[in-house]
Design a protein around this ligand. Structure first.
Ligand code: 6PG
Length: 268
């Protein structure tokens, strides 16, 4: 886990979404040129989805071989497939339906009309991740892990940020943020509606090569400040997010309002 934390300020929500989209396209291109494919973990939330919409509107999107991009989700709501609350549905409307993805490379958390219950959805995603990790490990001659990991390589993992500093569906002081030893957790008491969700755990999130935390608005200012100040992750989940290679905080001016100058310049 790296402490390579970078903070980038943006003048507005729209500029944040547009530049995060440009970064994502560039990151996917760089990884594809090196590895032939790339893997991104998407997030729900206003900035996360606006970023996907900005990708769909960017001419640069045409440079990416989307059929060689693996899509995963950091969390999703355990509601019906057609519900407007589904992150998968919002991501499809914003981007996935508008690019040439390989359906076999789009990995969704099960909806409530697809499996019997939340436990089944959690088990299903755990299996999807394990299968992808097994295939990757078997095909990677210089795999540095002596045993099959529980999740595949995540080249970039996007996280929205709640006003309470939650990330994915890991909320302060609740069971999810405390869960260890497994990559996926069932959430049945989300303070942010809807209450039932499936989420990656902090361990799975922190396996990503790069984590990008995206936040905009004055209501996120306290969460950004606490997240950057290194508070206890159980109380401030965002402070526990650290990518293997890099952690980017991509924020707008309003969300940065409470961050002390010395933290803004942090170079660690
Ligand atoms: C979810 C998200 C959640 C979201 C934050 C920020 O499924 O609700 O994954 O973690 O990213 O709550 O959402 P806003 O940007 O809409 O405030």
């Amino acid at each position: 886990m790296s402490r390579n934390v970078r903070i980038t300020l943006h003048p507005s929500f729209d500029v944040l979404a547009a530049t995060t989209a440009a970064r994502l396209i560039t990151r996917l291109l760089d990884v594809q040129s090196e590895r032939g494919e790339a893997t991104v973990v998407l997030t729900g939330g206003s900035v996360g989805i606006a970023t996907l919409k900005a990708v769909a509107e960017s001419p640069a999107r045409l440079a990416v071989d989307w059929s060689k991009v693996n899509f995963w989700f950091g969390d999703d709501r355990f509601v019906e497939t057609a519900s407007a609350d589904r992150n998968a549905g919002q991501a499809a409307a914003a981007l996935l339906d508008h690019i040439d993805v390989d359906p076999a490379r789009v990995h969704l958390m099960a909806a409530s009309d697809e499996v019997a219950n939340l436990a089944a959805a959690t088990a299903d995603y755990t299996s999807q991740l394990a299968e992808a990790a097994r295939l990757e490990w078997e095909n990677d001659d210089d795999a540095d892990s002596p045993q099959v990991p529980t999740v595949p390589r995540f080249d970039v993992l996007l996280l929205g940020l709640g006003p309470d500093a939650h990330i994915a569906s890991l909320f302060p002081d609740l069971a999810g943020i405390r869960t260890q030893g497994v990559p996926v957790v069932a959430v049945n008491n989300s303070p942010k509606p809807p209450p039932l969700r499936v989420s990656l755990t902090l361990e799975a999130i922190n396996s990503a090569q790069e984590i990008w935390i995206v936040a905009a608005g004055a209501d996120k200012a306290a969460a950004v400040c606490l997240g950057l100040a290194g508070a206890n992750p159980v109380q401030v989940p965002a402070s526990g997010a650290h990518g293997v290679g890099k952690t980017l905080w991509l924020i707008d001016q309003d969300a940065a309002a409470k961050v002390p100058e010395q933290l803004m310049r942090r170079d660690s």
